[in-house]
Design a protein around this ligand. Structure first.
Ligand SMILES: C[S@@+](CC[C@H](N)C(=O)[O-])C[C@H]1O[C@@H](n2cnc3c(N)ncnc32)[C@H](O)[C@@H]1O
Length: 413
C-alpha cells in the first residue's frame, strides 16, 4: 500500500503530521519521516514541555470534579481547595489520586456559596448529556446540563466572586440550537459582571484522541487583562460554530493561546499490545461487523506489521457496523451513560485480526493521565471515569497560557 492509498482511506481521515507517521508506512518513507519526527520532537519538547511544579499555585474550586483530571492538569498552576461531585465511584477515583480532605461528595444543589473557601478561580465541567446528540439535546435548561445554573447560584452566594470562571462542555454547547445554549450562559455570566470568551481545544493536539471541547473562560470586569492574552478576531481556537455563537454578544473576548506543536505520540504508541483479546464469540461478532471497505484496508497491511484501528459499533441504515478509523487516533471516549457503546480496537498481529475493548489504562493514556493515576473499581468504573473527563494536557495548556496569567494579573483573592 503506498502513501496515497493510506491517506485516502477512512471516513474521518485527518491529514496531519501524525497521520503521515502511521507506522505501517513502507520504507524508506518511514525512515525519512522518522528523521523528520526526531527533529520535530526535539523542537517540540523545548516548547511543549509544560513546566511541572510551577513556582506559584493559585487556589481553585472544582465543581463536577469527577475523576479529578482537571485537578491533575492544573497541578503546579492551581491547587484545588474544594471539590464536589455526586458520584460515589468518581469520588473513589478522585480521592485515590488527590487530597481527599477537600472532596465533598453530594449534589451541587446542596452546596452553599457562603460555605466555600475563597479562591481566584472556579471550574465547572458540567454534565453534557443534554447538549450532546446522544442525549437528544434537551438543552442547557434540561435537568442534567441545567445544573450549570446551580453553579452560578453558588458563585452568587460567595462573599467574593472568583476573578476567573471556567465552564467546559461538548461542542453542542455552542453549535446546538444556533448557539442559543451558549448565548444564555454567556449573558448570565455578563450579568454577573464578567467578560467572556469561548474557545475550542481538541485533545488530539496533545494525545491520540479526537476530543474537541468548548471552554468558556470568564474574567471579572475589574481585572486588568494583559494585552498578550487577547486578540481582535477569530484564531485557531474559534471554529465557525464559536464565531457564529459570538455574533452580537456583549462583553465578548477573543482569547489568544499559542498553538501547540505537532503531537508526539500516536494511538499505536499507547496501546497495551499484550492485553488479552475478547472471547472467541465476541471477537467473531466484532469482526463480522467490519465493512468490506475497511476489511480491505486491514488485509492490505503487510502480515509482518503490527497495526491497530479503533472503532465504535454504530447503526448505519438500520444495520450494525463496527466503524473503524485509520489515522492512528482514537475516537472520542464517551461515557456509556450517554447511550454510546464502548470503544473497540482491532489489532493486526502476526497476520491475524484480533479484537477487544480498549483497556482502562489505554483510556487513561488517551486522556493524558500518567500511568501512576489510580483507577479503582471495575473495568466499567474505570472506563466511565475517563469517558466524561477533561484531557490532562488540555487543562495544562489552558492553565499555563491563559488561566494563570489571568489570575496573576489580579494578585491575591
Ligand atoms: C462532565 S463530568 C465532569 C468530569 C470531571 N471534570 C473529570 O475530569 O473527571 C460531569 C460530572 O458531573 C457530576 N454530577 C452530575 N450530577 C451532579 C450533581 N447533581 N451534583 C454534583 N455533581 C454532579 C457527574 O458525576 C460527573 O462526574
Amino acid at each position: 500500500m503506498d502513501d496515497a492509498t493510506v491517506l485516502s482511506i477512512g471516513d474521518s481521515f485527518c491529514k496531519d503530521y501524525n497521520t503521515q507517521m502511521s507506522f505501517y508506512m513502507p520504507e524508506p518513507a518511514a525512515e525519512v519521516k522518522q528523521v523528520f519526527r526526531k527533529k520535530l520532537v526535539s523542537e517540540a519538547s523545548a516548547m511543549q514541555n509544560i513546566e511541572e511544579g510551577a513556582p506559584e499555585s493559585q487556589e481553585f474550586l472544582e465543581f463536577f470534579a469527577g475523576s479529578g483530571l482537571v485537578a491533575e492538569g492544573l497541578k503546579g498552576f492551581f491547587k484545588a481547595v474544594w471539590a464536589n461531585d455526586i458520584c460515589e465511584k468518581k469520588a473513589d477515583v478522585y480521592t485515590a489520586n488527590h487530597d481527599s480532605n477537600i472532596f465533598h461528595r453530594g449534589s451541587i444543589a446542596d452546596v452553599r456559596g457562603s460555605d466555600l473557601p475563597p479562591a481566584n478561580m472556579a471550574w465547572a465541567s458540567f454534565p453534557c448529556q443534554d447538549l450532546s446528540l446522544a442525549g437528544l439535546a434537551g438543552g442547557i435548561h434540561a435537568s442534567r446540563s441545567g445544573l450549570v445554573w446551580e453553579w452560578l447560584r453558588i458563585i452568587d452566594e460567595m462573599p467574593k466572586r472568583p476573578s476567573v470562571l471556567v465552564a467546559e462542555n461538548v461542542i453542542g454547547l455552542v453549535s446546538g440550537h444556533e448557539g442559543r445554549h451558549y448565548k444564555a450562559l454567556h449573558n448570565a455570566l455578563v450579568e454577573r459582571g464578567y467578560r467572556v470568551g469561548s474557545i475550542v481545544l481538541d485533545a488530539k493536539h496533545w494525545v491520540p484522541q479526537s476530543r474537541p471541547r468548548v471552554f468558556i473562560v470568564a474574567v471579572r470586569s475589574d481585572i486588568n487583562v494583559l494585552s498578550d492574552l487577547v486578540t481582535t478576531g477569530p484564531t485557531w481556537l474559534h471554529p465557525k460554530s464559536v464565531q457564529k455563537a459570538a455574533q452580537g454578544l456583549s462583553d465578548w473576548i477573543w482569547w489568544k493561546l499559542p498553538e501547540p506543536l505537532p503531537r508526539l505520540k500516536g494511538l499505536s504508541d499507547i496501546i497495551e499490545w499484550d492485553a488479552p483479546f475478547a472471547d472467541e464469540s465476541a471477537e467473531r461478532r466484532n469482526l463480522a461487523l467490519i465493512s468490506e471497505k475497511h476489511r480491505k484496508v486491514l488485509e492490505a497491511i503487510p502480515d509482518s506489521n503490527v497495526f491497530v484501528a479503533p472503532g465504535y459499533r454504530r447503526t448505519r441504515y438500520g444495520k450494525q457496523v463496527l466503524e473503524l478509523r485509520f489515522d492512528d487516533l482514537a475516537g472520542c471516549l464517551r461515557t456509556p451513560e450517554g447511550g454510546s457503546s464502548r470503544q473497540v480496537v482491532v489489532i493486526k498481529k502476526d497476520g491475524l485480526l484480533r479484537t477487544r475493548l480498549i483497556t482502562t489504562r489505554e483510556a487513561a493514556r488517551l486522556m493524558g493521565a500518567p500511568d501512576s493515576y489510580v483507577l479503582p473499581g471495575s473495568y466499567n468504573d474505570g472506563y466511565k471515569a475517563m469517558g466524561d473527563a477533561v484531557a490532562v494536557p488540555v487543562a495544562q495548556w489552558l492553565a499555563k497560557f491563559l488561566l494563570l496569567p489571568l489570575v496573576r494579573s489580579h494578585g491575591e483573592c
